[in-house]
Design a protein around this ligand. Sequence first.
Ligand code: CA
Ligand code: CA
Length: 195
Amino acid sequence: MGSWTHHRSGPAGRALSPHRRAPATTATLTARDQIGEVGGWAGARAHFPGSLDVSGHADPLEVYLDHLYTYEYGNGPSSLGGGWDAFNALTGPGELTGDGKGDLLARSSGGTLCLYRGDGRSYGFAGRTGLGSGWNAYNALAGAGDLTGDGRADLLAVTPSGTLYRYAATHTGTANPFATRANLGTGWNTYTQFH
Ligand SMILES: [Ca+2]
Ligand SMILES: [Ca+2]
């Protein structure tokens, strides 16, 4: 099988760990392959959003030393810039804005949610929009694909007390891509993982 190659540089141009371990990319679980150096991904925060480019394939993301990297299978990492240690949650539900390009949501440690509009190429973003504060009321945010059957990606959010909310994308082109949240019920705090 192929692998991701790793030849990224750090913020000051320093060479970083050149061998990072990539997650499995096949839908069927078979005997695992180690395609990177043992421990090569230590210290990285990995995320698995929907596709940020036109391939339709999920694009693994990694925050490492404050920089966001995207990996395209078979190619090396691409830096999407610095400043990403300011965020404590990243999720990419898919296409939120109605332009046909996958988007990314990032929550700051202060609770502000930012929408990074994808440029359709996965090498950068077309812009950033603040979606307001108070998002630290949730202890989990998850990109969920389309939950409502309208072809638009949606977001799920869980409070520490276990109430699950759905934010449905509207594709209206307005600054806020979501309709008023819908309460999907309680008791979700019985689960320790939510992705
Ligand atoms: Ca979009
Ligand atoms: Ca939807």
